[in-house]
Design a binder for this molecule. Structure first.
Ligand code: SF4
Length: 75
């Protein structure tokens, strides 16, 4: 999965969802400290590097990234 093209912040879907490669850089009020793709249920890869997100088919998001659709993984 690491070989998928990485979603860029300029990608139209990324913009629509407020995706950022680095969760610490978001200015969106919905972001809660500690939330990142790595702990989102739509992220299906290891907790580091890049991996697939169900909302970005065919692309890889950063484990450290974040978007407004973040949903905490069920424990
Ligand atoms: Fe990251 Fe989750 Fe948003 Fe996908 S839905 S980009 S895994 S925060």
């Amino acid at each position: 999965a690491d070989d998928l093209p990485h979603v860029s912040d300029a990608d139209p879907t990324a913009k629509a969802l407020g995706y950022v490669e680095d969760a610490s850089k978001t200015t969106d009020a919905k972001h809660k400290p500690g939330d990142s793709c790595a702990n989102c249920q739509f992220y299906t890869a290891a907790a580091s590097g890049y991996g697939p997100c169900q909302l970005f088919p065919g692309k890889a998001v950063s484990a450290k990234g974040w978007c407004i659709s973040h949903t905490a993984k069920q424990a």
